[in-house]
Design a protein around this ligand. Structure first.
Ligand code: B12
Ligand code: SF4
Ligand code: SF4
Length: 350
C-alpha cells in the first residue's frame, strides 16, 4: 500500500473501532521489542513468571515469531463495564471478572472490526489476541502510543484511565506507525504504592506471584500471610487502579451510573461486584456453570472460588464459616481445595 492508502486505512480502522466502542487504537510495526527480552529472562531466572504466561521469549516480544506474515500490530482498548459496588460483608470480584467474559466480548468486537474492514475492501489477512496470546500486550500498546505505564504496572490511557481490556490485531500490511506517548507520567504520586495490599509496587521487577490478583487465581496452597492479604476479595484485585488519580473520572462515572440506574426502573441493571460469601462457599456445579462459567472469574474452576470465599469469610470480622464447617465436617463434604486451610481456621486474621 502507498502512504495515502495506509493513511486512509489507519483513519478508517480507528473510526470503525470507535463506532464499535473501542476507546483507543494505535498502530506499531511488527519489529520485535528486543529490550523486553532481558526483563522476561530476569523474570524467568528469579521465578517470577506466572503459569498464565508463555515462557517462549521470542513469541512474547516478536509478532513475526507468532505469525511470520505480520507487518503491523494494532493495539485496541475496550472499556470494562460500569459496575455496582459490593454491599457490606459481601465478597468482592474485580471489574474485569463481572458480566460476560471479556475475552468473548472483545474477541466479538475485534471480529466485527475485521468484518467491516473486509466489507470495505481489505484484502490482507489478520490474526488477533485478547489476553491469552503470547505477545506482551501492554508493551505493544505502549509502543503503539495508546497509553503509558503507571507505577501500578497498568497501561493508562490519557482521558480514559486504565479500566480497559487490551487486544492486539496483527495485520499483514504495512500501516504508518503511531508515536509512543511520553513515558511514566506518575510524577511524585505514590498512591498505588501505598495502597497495594501486597506492598509489591514501586519495586522492580514486579513480583507477579505475590500480587493478590494472582493469589486469587492460584491453585497453590497459600501461606497465612497470603490468606490475610485477600481481605474480602474473591477474584482479582482492583486496589492499585481504584486509588489512581487517572481513574477518578471513570470511577465517578461508574458511581453516577449506579445512582441513575437506581432511579430509572427501566434502565439496564449493571453487574454487581459483590457476591454472597456463604452462597459462594456452598456453590453447586449447576450454580457455578450458570453464575460464573460465563464470566472471566470461571476459568480456574469452582474449587478456587469456594476456597477464596472460605478465606474471605475467615478474614471478615465475624467468622461466619464456623457453622458451615461444623455441618460439613459431620458429613466430610468439605471441598478438597479448602482442606489445607482447616487447621488454620481458628487462627485466621481479622
Ligand atoms: C500474566 C498476567 C497477569 C499476572 C502477572 C501480571 C504482571 N504485572 O506481570 C497477574 C495474574 C498477577 C495479573 C494481574 C492483573 N492483570 Co493481567 N495479564 C497477564 C498477561 C496474560 C501477561 C502479562 C505479562 O506478560 N507480564 C510480564 C510483564 C513483563 O509484562 P506486563 O506487566 O504485561 O507489561 C510490562 C512491560 O510491557 C513493560 N513495558 C512496556 N513497554 C516496555 C518496553 C520495554 C523495552 C521494556 C523493557 C518493558 C516495557 O511495562 C509493563 C508494566 O511493567 C496480560 C495479557 C498479555 N498477553 O499481555 C494480562 C494483562 C496485563 N492483565 C490485565 C489486567 C486487567 C490485570 C488486573 C488488573 C486484573 C485484576 N483486576 O485483578 C491485574 C493487575 C495486576 C498488576 N498490577 O499488573 C490487562 C491490563 C490492562 C491494562 N490497562 O494495563 C492485560 C493486558 C489483559 C488484557 N488483555 O486486558 N495479570
Ligand atoms: S492488583 Fe492488588 S496486589 Fe496486585 S499490584 Fe495491584 S494493588 Fe497490589
Ligand atoms: S496511583 Fe499515582 S503512582 Fe500509581 S499509577 Fe496512578 S498516578 Fe502513577
Amino acid at each position: 500500500m502507498n502512504i495515502i492508502e495506509q493513511t486512509m486505512w489507519k483513519m478508517n480502522i480507528k473510526n470503525w473501532a470507535g463506532e464499535l466502542g473501542f476507546v483507543s487504537v494505535g498502530f506499531t510495526t511488527a519489529e520485535p521489542i528486543d529490550r523486553l527480552a532481558q526483563l522476561l529472562q530476569v523474570r524467568i531466572d528469579q521465578g517470577l513468571v506466572t503459569p498464565f504466561e508463555s515462557k517462549e521469549i521470542q513469541q512474547r516480544i516478536d509478532p513475526k515469531a507468532v505469525w511470520q506474515d505480520c507487518r503491523t500490530v494494532a493495539a485496541l482498548a475496550f472499556p470494562l463495564p460500569l459496575t455496582v459496588p459490593p454491599q457490606e460483608g459481601e465478597g468482592v470480584i474485580a471489574r474485569s471478572a463481572v458480566g460476560e467474559d471479556y475475552h468473548r466480548v472483545v474477541f466479538r468486537k475485534v471480529n466485527q472490526l475485521i468484518d467491516t474492514m473486509v466489507k470495505n475492501g481489505w484484502l490482507g489477512s489478520t490474526q488477533s489476541q485478547v489476553d491469552t496470546g503470547p505477545l506482551v500486550e501492554r508493551a505493544f500498546a505502549t509502543r503503539a502510543g495508546i497509553g503509558w505505564i503507571g507505577r501500578n504496572q497498568q497501561l493508562i490511557i490519557p482521558g480514559q484511565g486504565s479500566f480497559v481490556v487490551l487486544a492486539l490485531l496483527l495485520l499483514d500490511q504495512e500501516i504508518i506507525p503511531d508515536e509512543p506517548l511520553p513515558p511514566g507520567q506518575c510524577g511524585s504520586c505514590q498512591k498505588c504504592v501505598q495502597a497495594c495490599p501486597a506492598q509489591i509496587l514501586g519495586k522492580e521487577p514486579f513480583a507477579a506471584k505475590k500480587c493478590v490478583s494472582y493469589l486469587t487465581q492460584s491453585k497453590e496452597v497459600l501461606t497465612p500471610e497470603e490468606q490475610h492479604l485477600f481481605g474480602l476479595r474473591i477474584f482479582g484485585c482492583d486496589t492499585c487502579q481504584e486509588v489512581c488519580p487517572h481513574n477518578q473520572n471513570w470511577l465517578r462515572k461508574e458511581h453516577l451510573s449506579t445512582d441513575l440506574t437506581a432511579s430509572l426502573s427501566k434502565a439496564p441493571i449493571p453487574h454487581s461486584r459483590g457476591v454472597n460469601l456463604l452462597e459462594t462457599l456452598n456453590l453447586t456445579k449447576g450454580e457455578f456453570i450458570k453464575r460464573y462459567k460465563v464470566t472471566a472469574a470461571g476459568w480456574r474452576g469452582k474449587g478456587v472460588l469456594q476456597r477464596n470465599a472460605f478465606l474471605a469469610l475467615g478474614n471478615g470480622q465475624v467468622n461466619r464459616s464456623d457453622q458451615w464447617l461444623k455441618d460439613r465436617e459431620k458429613d466430610r463434604s468439605v471441598p478438597p481445595m479448602i482442606l489445607p486451610y482447616l487447621q488454620d481456621s481458628s487462627e485466621r486474621c481479622e
